[in-house]
Write a new protein. Structure first.
Length: 286
């Protein structure tokens, strides 16, 4: 009987120890990121010639912590994280093609790779080929440089250089489709009008956006800090982090003043899993 009592006591101790060890481990979390909470503050700069700051502090959970993009890594500016797709004018109409980054080119030019024949869809080329094109706007066009095979252009394009292999550098206004996976944090502004909240589209109105790319944080150790531009990240644990995003603008008070606004925020991991859309409480800047 004494032996049985000792055996029972031994197993009770084992169960208690196992329970303590289990409780000390962080529970498994989903590999899809989740925004748990957001703290928001507005920093009014007394110098009107300097930008004000709208600061977000996001607390989030991600099971595999597969988060962040690196501007210096060609793989993080190439597909599927590339900025935009371009168009070629073919005999059958417009064909859409993704960009491919020229590795080692510090200017981050892109090369259009396609088996089709045609001409690069600049705003002037579209008009010359009889397309009814929208007036210039920041949603449909982009101004910048691309590298394309010589067959895609002619003397009507703004050619600024020619490289080995019959590759032409073109600087023009080009028809594009922006890639939704280019940024890993999306910020939508909504303004209350007559009791209803409507999206304030920075891109359409001012050719600007507060969508951003926070840096690679997957390799950050617990309690480690990663900083890049307006972003600061603190890794809280194996699957939890805190991301601070300081958005700056001279126009916050001018555009919103005493208006009631709110934000919708979403983050995206490297596997393109999208988090919940976190909606802040309505607030004013004054």
């Amino acid at each position: 009987m004494r032996k049985s009592a000792h055996t029972a006591l031994y197993f009770i101790v084992l169960i208690l120890v196992a329970g303590c060890n289990h409780g000390s481990e962080e529970p498994l979390a989903s590999p899809t990121p989740h925004i748990d909470s957001i703290d928001l503050s507005f920093i009014d700069n007394p110098d009107n010639s300097q930008a004000d700051t709208l600061k977000l502090i996001l607390n989030f959970t991600d099971g595999d912590f597969d988060l962040g993009l690196d501007w210096l890594n060609p793989g993080d500016i190439d597909s599927p994280y590339h900025a935009m797709d371009y168009f070629i004018i073919t005999s059958k109409g417009l064909a859409q093609f993704r960009q491919s980054i020229v590795t080692g080119d510090a200017r981050n030019h892109v090369l259009l790779e396609t088996d089709h024949t045609g001409k690069l869809a600049s705003i002037n080329a579209l008009k010359n080929h009889g397309f009814e094109t929208p007036f210039y706007n920041c949603l449909d066009y982009s101004q910048g440089s691309v590298l394309v095979p010589g067959a895609f252009v002619d003397e009507t394009y703004n050619i600024v250089d020619v490289y080995e292999g019959n590759i032409f550098e073109v600087e023009d206004t080009l028809l594009v489709k922006y890639n939704d996976n280019h940024y890993n944090i999306n910020v939508e502004f909504l303004v209350e009008t007559n009791g209803l909240f409507e999206t304030f589209d920075w891109q359409e109105l001012y050719c600007a956006s507060f969508d951003g790319r926070f840096p690679l944080v997957s390799n950050t150790k617990t309690n480690g800090v990663t900083k890049s531009g307006p972003f600061t990240h603190i890794r809280k644990s194996k699957s939890k982090g805190e991301l601070t995003y300081s958005m700056t603008s001279l126009g916050f008070k001018i555009l919103f003043g005493r208006k009631t606004i709110k934000l919708k925020i979403q983050i995206i991991d490297r596997a393109l899993n999208r988090s919940n859309v976190f909606e802040t409480f309505p607030f004013t800047l004054e």
